[in-house]
Design a protein around this ligand. Structure first.
Ligand SMILES: Cc1cc2nc3c(=O)[nH]c(=O)nc-3n(C[C@H](O)[C@H](O)[C@H](O)COP(=O)(O)OP(=O)(O)OC[C@H]3O[C@@H](n4cnc5c(N)ncnc54)[C@H](O)[C@@H]3O)c2cc1C
Length: 593
């Protein structure tokens, strides 16, 4: 059944920022590295879209940035303060060893990015971030990967991870999409860097290839998953027209202080849900993602959205001077797709926007060396979970750089010690049979339609506001989709989009189920989502990670106690907790709708 065999010391799957950084770290540590990715090697995944590819924030503590010569940064900021902020705003669920590693290694990763030629396009005054377009980050990393002599396979998809006889990861089965060939890769260690599970949501801000296939394969191999329920939604994402659907430009503009939101009736709807101080949080803090998305959800529920399901983002209130200032700040607005989006805005006076599945805070459970619970299996970037706890308030770009470098180094060491091992023949045979199954399915439904049902089930039941009843129904619908085999009409292997659909659907279903099971186990509201049937945050019972293993969720208490609040931040955190409590209450209070 196998068409080709390959072997390497370290196999890296995925070529966003985490995969590229892992590949060069492993190669620079002496491993022979094979980098396998869906799509084009430095033009796939969420990294390409970071900051709408206008200006992604890349972060480290202000003091370190200042010492790198970024004089707009806050020289008095420290790693301790940053650590404290991340843990507080992660609602205490963060794996502390990951946060420690993140804040300590961020300066080295950011400074090498600049030294390797990434051009900084902006810097936050008094803050912790500089702006670099996502594509520029990829270009810099890709140069380094090529210089390190990494072999690359493009346009392949991970079908399954392969265990050796002891259950340790010993390679992977890949499908070469254009030819339809199955490739068995034997490796000493595997690094998964396959990004988020965006495809689980009908409306999302990611690229189409992000279907949680790394997470699903890790689950099948027996890896622990953590905090799968924590899905961050991005507000202000363009709903229509189709060409711009999923673009987050309005969010980027709103983050830098431009534009306002109205519902279909031209009402300023935020005061309906929030006090003045909460609106300040919604417009001026990293809590904008939850607070704006939540208000948009409520407006949709109340029937005050437009025909595309969105509210209206508008720059109409800007003076000519403010508009000129905006165009000077972001010169990209006069080019390419951004010019077209701005032209549409100016023609109709608004853009239809809604909340989209955006960032996955949960994923493969990892330790600070990026090892998972399966020997030989490492992971980095957005496919992992635990760093940001219940809400990400620091840069995922920095996450992919820090974790990618750590994972590559650890995997190289593991591979050196363990050597390339053979996959268990029975596991290889099973993986091939599973990959080919859709092509041999008798009867069955259209893969597109089965996929759409899976996505509908997850989108409806695992959004910003969830309930036990809704999630049980979501799980039932997912089970129902399993009864229909997804069978492509065309049975040839080469460039068979329907076959790919069937394979991706298997992972979307597994990830959707994991999100729902973990959300059900968390009988409270916390961080990025609200349980309408358990509106309060319950620190007595749920100061816990959800750990999913073999379809069962257990609650593991996190390291107790919050670190001392960073200077000047105590009031802010108290305010945040008050807003969150009120938000949860409002959802429980039907009269408030
Ligand atoms: C629109 C948008 C804007 C964002 N803006 C910011 C920002 O400004 N600042 C910030 O910090 N973060 C931002 N983020 C988040 C951040 O971009 C991501 O978390 C980060 O880039 C993830 O990097 P990664 O390498 O882990 O995954 P990705 O960059 O998503 O890469 C995943 C890789 O895996 C490959 N892959 C997937 N499935 C398979 C498979 N089955 N087989 C083989 N390969 C596979 C993909 O093709 C891709 O190459 C944004 C995200 C989005 C969607």
């Amino acid at each position: 059944m196998i068409d080709r065999e390959m072997s390497c010391g370290v196999l890296v799957v995925g070529s966003g920022g985490a995969g590229l950084r892992a590949a060069c770290a492993a190669a620079e540590a002496g491993a022979s590295v094979l980098l396998a990715t869906k799509g084009r090697v430095n033009r796939s995944g969420a990294t390409l879209l970071a900051g709408a590819n206008v200006s992604a924030d890349v972060m480290c503590d202000g003091g370190s940035l200042w010492r790198m010569g970024i004089k707009s940064a806050d020289p008095n900021d420290t790693q301790e303060r940053w650590f404290s902020d991340i843990v507080h705003e992660g609602f205490y669920l963060n794996r502390r060893e990951l946060v420690r590693q993140y804040v300590e290694q961020a300066p080295a990763r950011v400074s090498e990015l600049l030294q390797d030629g990434a051009v900084q396009t902006s810097a936050e005054e008094g803050g912790r971030q500089i702006g670099i377009p996502g594509s520029a980050i990829l270009d810099v990393l890709w140069r380094r990967v090529r210089a390190a002599g990494v072999r690359v396979l493009q346009d392949v998809t991970l079908c399954d991870l392969l265990p050796d006889g002891s259950g340790a990861a010993a390679g992977a089965l890949l499908l070469d999409i254009p030819s339809g060939e199955l490739i068995a890769v034997k490796s000493g260690a595997v690094v998964l860097a396959t990004g988020g599970m965006h495809g689980c949501y009908a409306f999302n801000s990611g690229t189409s290839g992000l279907c949680g296939e790394g997470q699903a394969a890790a689950m099948r191999l027996g890896a622990d998953m953590t905090l799968m329920e924590m899905v961050t939604f991005c507000p202000d994402v363009i709903c229509a027209p189709r060409r711009f659907r999923g673009n987050i430009l309005p969010y980027i503009l709103q983050c830098i202080g431009y534009g306002s939101l109205k519902n279909r009736l031209d009402e300023d709807f935020l005061p309906r849900y929030y006090s003045d101080s909460a609106i300040r949080l919604a417009l001026g803090s990293e809590w904008n993602k939850l607070l704006l998305s939540y208000a948009m959800f409520r407006e949709a529920q109340a029937g005050r959205c437009d025909e595309y399901g969105g509210v209206r983002y508008t720059l109409a209130g800007l003076t000519a001077a403010q508009r000129a200032e905006l165009e000077e700040t972001l010169p990209q607005l006069s080019r390419g797709i951004y010019r077209d989006i701005m032209a549409l805005h100016d023609r109709q006076g608004w853009l239809s926007v809604s909340a989209a599945g955006h960032y996955f805070d949960g994923g493969i459970a990892v330790n600070a060396d990026m090892s998972s619970s399966v020997p030989g299996l490492f992971a980095a970037g957005e496919c992992t979970g635990g760093l940001f706890g219940a809400n990400r308030v620091a840069a995922a770009t920095t996450q992919m750089l820090v974790q990618g470098a750590a994972a590559g180094g650890s995997a190289a060491k593991y591979a050196r010690d363990a050597g390339a091992r053979n996959a268990d023949p029975a596991a290889l045979e099973r993986a091939c049979a599973d990959a080919l199954a859709p092509l041999y399915a008798a009867g069955g439904g259209s893969p597109r339609k089965v996929r759409a049902k899976v996505i509908e089930a997850v989108s409806q039941s695992a959004g910003i506001v969830r309930s036990a009843q809704g999630m049980a129904e979501g799980l039932r619908l997912l089970d129902e989709t399993e009864e229909t085999a997804a069978a492509p009409q065309r049975r040839e292997r080469a460039a068979n989009r329907e076959w790919l659909d069937a394979l991706e659907t298997r992972s979307l279903r597994a990830c959707g189920r994991a999100i729902l099971l973990s959300s059900l186990a968390r009988g409270e509201s916390r961080g990025v989502f609200v349980r309408s049937d358990c509106p309060a945050t319950d620190n007595d019972r749920f100061l816990c990670e959800t750990l999913l293993h073999g379809g069962e969720v257990t609650l593991r208490p996190v390291e107790q106690g919050a670190p001392a609040a960073a200077p000047g931040k105590a009031d802010y955190f108290e305010e945040l907790e008050r807003v969150f409590a009120r938000l949860s209450y409002a959802e429980g209070d039907a009269a408030n709708g």
